[in-house]
Design a protein around this ligand. Sequence first.
Ligand code: HEC
Ligand code: HEC
Length: 355
Amino acid sequence: MFRKSPILLFSICMTLFIASCKKPVEPPPISECGGEATTPYTVTRPAYFPSIPDMSDNPLTEEGIALGKKLFYEKLLSKDNSMSCSSCHNPAFSFTDNGKKVSKGVNNIEGTRNSMSLLNLLWAKNFFWDGREATLEKQAHDPVTNPIEMHETWPSVVEKLQNSSIYPDLFCKAFGTNTIDSNLVTKAIAQFERTIISTNTRYDKFIRHEISLTESETNGFVIYSTEKGDCFHCHNQVDMTFADNSFHNNGLDATFADKGLGAISGNSYDDGKFKTPTLRNIVFTAPYMHDGRFATLEDVIEHYNQGGTPSATVDPMMKHVGTGLNLTEQDKTDLLNFLKCLTDSSVTTNPAFLE
Ligand code: HEC
Ligand code: HEC
């Protein structure tokens, strides 16, 4: 018979005790500036979506999200007070740049890249076309100081916000302090961004058995999700993001004016690789690709149908380079109709996201 040793029992008790000490349950922060406790915000998502990632280093609160939304629309974040995040991430265009090929910053200087939509970034693990930032908080630091975007300095932004009549109080409510700093600004913006979630496309309704797809949409879905079109390898519909948190060369060019991931990693094996963008709300985000080279979705489908351009780093999952997909005109229409099933106007018109 197994006899319980007191030493063993003691060490089990100690382990349990230490484990229970590791994550103390903290009361909601009470502010040093006279604010109330914050109200936790719970993200809801359909059961067929990925689970909610850990957000314990910047927990969502009603107050933080409200402040983040205000900052997202705040022109004081730019050098000449003319531009906010929303100037290039307009909800009506699924948070992209009003149909512009590449974005223009405060001095009217043209950048080299197309603005990215901000849907379901709660589940994203890398940010920008080249993935150079790993969190939304770090991402939000960049546009403010980027000379071809808001071209401002953080000390100046902080001073403007600190001197405003509303912000010290809003930071007090959200973070329990009315001393503003860049970390709190980006934390609040990241909280707001994490609430921008699309779950109401025709495709979602189809998955929820609320509707059936038309014959054309069904054929489009088959092309999308089989070797016939091969879209699913990178724009993954199974995890519902229609992206894959990864980088690929989808056969745009033989040589690369913009090296994408390669310029960040310094590895020539990564040249010409860019972040797979989500295809949710793709009808609103024209023009397409990191440099906005394709004006329409028909052009994009034609690019893939032709098979794309061979190069040293073209993705092995671009299986039809050189041969093309050989889609019929009907197939192309059907694929387009399926892409239109990914439209979610409930996000672009949701008052929670509008100014
Ligand atoms: C001048 C236009 C412009 C402004 C202003 C701007 N952005 Fe962007 N945003 C872009 C462009 C262009 C990209 C892609 C840039 C790249 O890949 O180098 C981008 C990328 C992003 C991404 C990455 C999305 C992804 O899927 O990886 C996020 C998040 C984002 N911006 C949020 C913001 C926030 C928050 C602000 C305000 C603090 C802001 N942007 C201000 C144009 C802009
Ligand atoms: C090998 C991975 C891969 C495959 C396969 C693939 N894509 Fe892409 N797709 C990408 C990447 C990466 C980008 C961004 C490329 C860039 O801008 O340089 C992209 C961009 C797009 C865009 C433009 C998105 C935007 O916001 O500008 C659309 C639309 C698109 N793909 C649709 C499709 C369709 C439809 C298929 C199947 C016929 C497909 N893709 C197959 C990786 C892939």
